[in-house]
Design a protein around this ligand. Structure first.
Ligand SMILES: Nc1nc2c(ncn2[C@@H]2O[C@H](COP(=O)(O)OP(=O)(O)OP(=O)(O)O)[C@@H](O)[C@H]2O)c(=O)[nH]1
Ligand SMILES: [Mg+2]
Length: 330
């Protein structure tokens, strides 16, 4: 049996191995994706983002419990409400911004989600961002494909909403949940990061803390600046206390409500996801080809130096590179 076959049969160790290959950008990972791809597209992707320490992992942990314990309101395979006597199988990918400041977060996430250790229906995996210059969204997307192919009904991707990578990841999920917490000036931060625009659902977590209602109002005021058509989804705001689980059933219901509402929009979202992945892949392949096959060692770096020294402008430099690859200048 190949690794891909074992992934398809839901073998946990094979899934972990496949994701490690993806994380390491091992050439074998492309073969795995190739082999499993026809069997993907069934899982529902939930993106959860928000500032550091907002309680995302705690919330995701609670979401997982909801998906596991409750009779699902909506069976993702059948696509209809109220069917499916079984708990949903869940995959979690926690994207960890491995910075000097949060080096312990991977371990922290693992510990926090240990409630699900031993539950075969739950697969939790952290992915480090170190070394993934821009390829993080792809690595995360490929990891999600592995979980999807392995038969997970729901895949939750947790990212810290700080950079473009994270926004890219969340933008391409089937539903984006943006988590905010009171008392940290998040309103401003979130607006800055462009996160407001990508939210399908807002969560005001740590509602046990002071300022939760103020934050609700601030988000509400922000939403009021937009106009929504009568058929259009207006992002709801769900108040939660992740530590106690309060508000989490409402969040799950809101997610399913969004899913029903966006059934037609989901195809467009997935189209965007495919396009993003294709563009990203071609760009990366092109640069790899250029650096590996066409340029001498250090040549790209020299060209960058010349730009920095203002000896050449970036447009001319880019044209030079395109010409080297035998492509017309633009
Ligand atoms: N008071 C209170 N504390 C909470 C709540 N939710 C989470 N916390 C606490 O907030 C801290 C951070 O929680 P995490 O779940 O690790 O937050 P996170 O957003 O995943 O953090 P990073 O992944 O490091 O960005 C932990 O100490 C949690 O126990 C809540 O609703 N109320
Ligand atoms: Mg976390």
């Amino acid at each position: 049996m190949t690794l891909a076959d074992r992934v398809l049969s839901g073998d946990l160790r094979a899934m972990a191995r496949a994701i490690s290959l993806i994380e390491d950008e091992d050439p074998a990972s492309a073969d795995i994706v190739r082999a499993i791809f026809p069997r993907t597209g069934r899982a529902y992707l939930i993106g959860v983002t928000g500032p550091p320490g907002a309680g995302k992992s705690t919330l995701v942990d609670r979401l997982v419990s909801e998906f596991r314990q409750r009779r699902p309101l909506l069976d993702t395979r059948e696509g209809s409400v109220g069917v499916g006597p079984h708990a949903l199988s869940v995959g979690v990918i926690a994207v960890d911004p491995t910075s000097p400041f949060s080096g312990g977060a991977v371990l922290g996430d693992r510990l926090r989600m240990q409630a699900h250790a031993g539950d075969e229906g739950v697969f939790i995996r952290s992915m480090a961002t170190r070394g993934h210059l821009g390829g993080l969204a792809r690595a995360t997307g490929d990891a999600a494909l592995v979980l999807d192919a392995a038969g997970k009904d729901v895949i939750v991707i947790e990212t810290v909403g700080v950079g473009q990578d994270e926004v890219d990841i969340i933008r391409t999920a089937d539903v984006s949940v943006v988590t905010l917490v009171p008392g940290t000036g998040d309103e401003v931060q979130a607006l800055k990061a462009g996160i407001m625009e990508i939210a399908d659902i807002f969560v005001v977590n740590k509602a046990d803390r002071e300022g939760a209602d103020r934050l609700m109002s601030a988000v509400e005021a922000n939403l009021a600046l937009q106009t929504y058509g009568s058929e259009e989804w207006r992002p709801p705001i769900v108040k939660t206390i992740a530590t106690s689980g309060q508000g989490v059933p409402e969040l799950v219901e809101t997610i399913w409500r969004f899913r029903e509402h966006s059934a037609s929009g989901q195809a467009a979202r997935r189209h965007k996801r495919s396009e993003f992945r294709l563009r990203e892949l071609v760009s990366q392949r092109f640069m790899d080809h250029l650096e590996r096959d066409l340029l001498k060692a250090g040549e790209l770096s020299e060209l960058v130096d010349r730009i920095a020294l203002r000896e050449v402008d970036p447009y001319t430099a880019a044209n030079e590179l395109l010409a080297r690859a035998g492509l017309k200048k633009c």
